[in-house]
Design a protein around this ligand. Sequence first.
Ligand code: GLC
Length: 543
Amino acid sequence: MPLHPAIEGAQWWRSGVIYQIYPRSFADGNGDGMGDLKGITQRLTHLKDLGVDAVWLSPFYRSPQKDAGYDVSDYVSVDPLFGTLDDFDEMVEEAHRLSLRVMIDLVPNHTSSEHEWFQKALKAAPGSKERSYYHFKDGRGKNGELPPNNWLSMFGGPAWTRVEDGQWYVHLFDSSQPDLNWENPTVRQEFENILRFWLDRGVDGFRVDQPHAMAKAEGLPDHPYVEEAGAGFIEGRENPPMWFQDSVHEIFRDWRKILDSYPGDRAMCGEAYVLPLSFMALWVRPDEFHQTFNFRFLDAGWDREKLVSAIDESFEAFDGVGAPSTWVLNNHDVLRHVSRFGGDYGRTTASDGVGPNNPQPDNVAGLQKARAATLFMLGLPGASYLYQGEELGLPDHTTIADEHRQDPTFFRTNGQRVGRDGCRVPLPWEMGNASNGFSQTGKAWLPQPESYAALARDQQVEKPGSTLTMYQQALKLRGELKLGEGSFDWVSKNDVLSYQNGNVRVVHNFSNQPVKLDGELLLSSMPLAAGHLLPNDTAWVAI
Ligand code: GLC
C-alpha cells in the first residue's frame, strides 16, 4: 500500500508528535466493551484534528491477553478481540488518507506461552532445536529443584518456571511470557520475516518493546546485586546479565537495513530503559534505532533540578550521535501525569500504580502542573510522544476495585503492587452512557472513574481554556513555528525556568510569586493574571 503523497516528507520522525493508541481502551466499534481496530478507524479524524503526525498502536496481535497483549501468540495476525487483518488494512488506509503515519508495537523479547514455538518446545526433549528458541535450562540443587540462577521477574517473584520434565525456562516478565533466545539464528530469521510482513502492509515503523532485555550474557550467570536491584539494575553499577548486552546491537543493525530498504522513511523507536543517556546514545547510532524513549525526562517528575539535568543530558547524548531527542510524559505503564504531579509519587509507585488503599492524588493541582509540563515539553525540539487521554487531562483511576484488576503485577505480588490498570481505563468520548461513548452499549472492560464524564471529549472540544483546546493550540503552533525542528538554549535555569527555541521563549514558573512576562503571549497553560505568569504555569511567548 503506497504512502499517501502528503506524508512523504523527509525524516518526519525527527520532529514528529506521535500519539500512543492503546487499542483496548481507545474506542469500541462493536459494543463488546473492548476497544478495537474499527473503533480506531472511526475516531482517527479526532487525532487529525488534534494535530499529531503519527500514531503508535500497542499490541493488537493474537494473544491470550495475560499482559494486555504484550504476550503475543501470533505476530502476523490480529486478535479477534480487536478485529481482522482487513480491519487493520482499513485503519492504515484511513490514517494515511488523513496523513497520519502508523507505527506498531513489536514485542521481540518474549512470546506468549501459547505461541506455537513455545508449545512445540514444551513437547520436545531437552536440548532439542525446538527448545533452543527459548532459554531452557536444568535447575540447581540435588535434583534440579532450584532455579538455574537468581533472576527475578519484573512483575514480581522468580524469573524461572519449571516444566514437567524438570527443566526451567526464563521469563523476565510473567510466567506466560517466556523469553526468546536471540542467540538462535532461526529466531532472528523469524523476526525479520515478521518485520517484512508488516512493512509490506504499509506500516511506517515500529515501537520495539524491551529491546534492552533481548540479549542475555552467555551462560545466564547470576545477577550480581539482586538483593539491591531486584529484577532491575542500578545506574553506575555493572550491567546485570539480562540487561544491555552488547550483542543486541547487531540485531538492530539488521533491522535497520530492512527498514531502510523500504520507501517512505520508516522508523523504529526503542522502548529502551537504558541509563545514563550517554550509554543509550549507542542505541541510536545512525545504523540502529531512529530514536528511543527518553525515560530520564519522564522520571524527572516536575522537579526543576532534575528536569534541567534531564534536558541537558538528553541534548548532549543524542546530539553526539546525530539522533533526535524524544520527550515523553505518559504511557500505558505509568501513573498519568495529572495524578503523578498531584501526589508525592516516586518512579516506583508510578509504575506500580496507586490503588484505593494508597494516598490519593490531588488531581486539580496535578492537572495544573500537567498542563504546564506538557507545554514545556511540546516547545522542545525533537520528537514528542503523547499517550491517549492526556489531551483530555485525564487523571489515573486510583480507586479501581480489586475484582477489576487485570495487570499481572497485581497477581504476582498478591495485590501489594496494584499495577498499571489505572492508566489504561477506556477513554470518555461523549458524556452520557456508562462508558461515556467509549462503547455505544456503555460497556467497558475497566470501569471509568466518575470524573471522566465531565472530561469527555465532547465536553472540551472547541471550549476555550479546555485541556483539549490547549493541546490543539500547542500542536498547531508547534507545527507552524517548526519548534520540533528548532533549536534549544537555556535563558534561565532558576525558579523561572526558561528556554529559547527560535523566536519562541518557553517559561515555567517554579517560584511562588507571579512573574511578569516580556514579549507577545502565544499560549499559556492557564490564563495570565494581568500579564503575569502564576506559579506552576507555563507560557510560550514570541521574543
Ligand atoms: C513493556 C510494555 C509493558 C509490558 C512489558 C512486557 O514495558 O510497555 O506494558 O508489560 O514491556 O512486555
